[in-house]
Write a protein that binds this ligand. Structure first.
Ligand SMILES: NC(=O)c1ccc[n+]([C@@H]2O[C@H](COP(=O)([O-])OP(=O)(O)OC[C@H]3O[C@@H](n4cnc5c(N)ncnc54)[C@H](O)[C@@H]3O)[C@@H](O)[C@H]2O)c1
Length: 222
């Protein structure tokens, strides 16, 4: 890609996404081709699930529900901001906790149900197509297109990569909206998620650096 299509958008679906985006960015950086505005970790399925489950709970069509997602794309790092659900979800206590867990564990549930035969496929295809069409519509000049995705980020100094709502534009990410307003429960979840994210990011970067080093050694030998 760095040689054949260095200006292309890169949208990664393969897990572990929390580490794959740092890994990809290291490789692009090494080739001097990193344009972080065009590198996306497809965490759209978390947005789709949040809208679906919250929509069911409040009897609204999921297509009309928006729940911003921050954090990462695995278990506890997925933080649905139910406090900012539009329309409001008004979930509290046990109901709220159950909803958060349901969104965070939905992917694992599918993997378990398929018992070694892969993960969700149709839902993923829908989520990926949604992100791709949003990126293309924005590239074509359509305004005010916002999607949450896991990307290189300077929103929080502690983590170099983060999922958050993004304004898409003609050249990829136009603006990162960051965390925005979060309530106390969401803030606590985010602090816990950051510790996991830091390790996941480091793992991806280390892997990329080791592979780059190995490739450089091999090319010197030959
Ligand atoms: N971002 C998301 O929300 C999301 C959602 C679903 C799945 N995923 C990820 O997408 C990936 C694929 O999921 P799946 O359910 O289709 O899995 P799967 O196990 O059904 O398919 C994986 C395929 O990759 C092939 N493969 C494995 N190692 C390979 C290699 N080294 N070179 C070439 N091919 C290789 C396997 O033969 C298999 O056909 C996984 O990483 C999964 O975690 C991400």
């Amino acid at each position: 890609m760095t040689k054949a299509a260095p200006d292309a958008y890169l949208i990664i679906i393969t897990n572990p996404l929390n580490s794959m985006i740092p890994l990809a960015c290291e490789v692009l950086k090494e080739a001097n081709k990193l344009n972080a505005r065009k590198v996306f970790g497809c965490s759209t399925l978390d947005s789709v699930r949040a809208a679906t489950f919250v929509g069911e709970a409040i009897c609204k069509d999921p297509k009309t529900v928006d729940v911003p997602i921050i954090g990462g794309h695995s278990g506890n790092t997925i933080i649905p901001l139910i406090s900012r659900s539009n329309p409001p979800a008004c979930l509290e206590g046990d109901d709220l906790q159950k909803m958060i867990k349901k969104i965070q564990e939905a992917g694992t549930e599918v993997v378990k149900a398929k018992a070694g035969k892969g993960s969700c496929t149709l839902a993923m295809a829908y989520a990926a197509s949604r992100l791709i069409f949003s990126i293309l519509r924005a590239a074509d000049g359509e305004k005010e297109i916002v999607e949450s995705a896991y990307v290189k980020s300077d929103v929080m100094p502690e983590v170099k990569y983060l999922a958050s709502p993004l304004l898409l534009g003609k050249c990829g990410i136009e603006k990162n909206f960051g965390l925005g307003k979060v309530d106390e429960c969401e803030k606590k979840m985010f602090c816990e998620a950051m510790e996991i994210l830091k390790k996941d990011i480091e793992m991806g970067e280390k892997f990329a650096k080791a592979k780059i080093c190995e490739a450089q050694k091999n090319s010197k030998k030959s």
